[in-house]
Design a binder for this molecule. Structure first.
Ligand code: HEM
Length: 145
């Protein structure tokens, strides 16, 4: 029998992949959305894509990543809390969660036709989840300290 915690870990990684897909794609949609005229057909199409991505993929995926991650963290003896990488991973999770909520606010700005941020802002913000994800994966796999 495969131990239950391995199933939980598999579900955790699946949820993380879906969450990351959204965190990497939504800022790209914002970059292209900047090129549309407010009220145009293109504007409305991006609004729909952004709303669906956030509500149907990213929100449930983030919740699932947390639920399965906390279940793993609560499994006795699984995580060695004296190791430093655990806390760098936690910091990375905070960055991703902050990015998620910031993107939610930016989406609402586009939906209300009041986005004032330039395209290069969203291009730069695209790098934040990328860097946090690279750091987290190195922490959980390499466990360097
Ligand atoms: C959302 C909050 C999160 C919590 C509470 C959490 C917690 C955990 C815990 C406790 C483990 C088990 C560690 C072990 O088996 O040694 C784990 C495994 C893992 N987590 Fe997370 N995690 C979260 C988010 C993430 C994110 C955002 C990523 C990637 C970007 C990630 C990637 C992984 C990977 C790849 C594993 C498997 C590591 C292995 O098998 O050695 N986690 N997580």
């Amino acid at each position: 029998m495969v131990p239950l915690y391995l199933w939980v870990k598999a579900l955790h990684v699946i949820a993380v992949i879906a969450w990351m897909a959204g965190l990497l794609y939504l800022p790209r949609l914002f970059v292209y959305h900047c090129e549309t005229e407010p009220g145009s057909e293109g504007d409305r199409r991006f609004q729909l894509m952004e709303r669906r991505l956030l509500r149907q993929i990213m929100n449930p995926a983030m919740i699932a990543a947390y639920v399965f991650g906390v279940l793993l963290a609560a499994t006795p003896g699984l995580v060695d809390w004296s190791q430093g990488w655990v806390y760098v991973k936690l910091a990375g999770i905070l960055v991703l969660t902050g990015a998620h909520h910031a993107m939610g606010r930016w989406r609402k700005d586009f939906a209300a036709g009041r986005n004032k941020r330039p395209q290069r802002f969203y291009r730069a913000m695209n790098e934040v989840p990328t860097l946090a994800m690279i750091a987290i994966v190195i922490m959980v796999i390499v466990k360097p300290f």
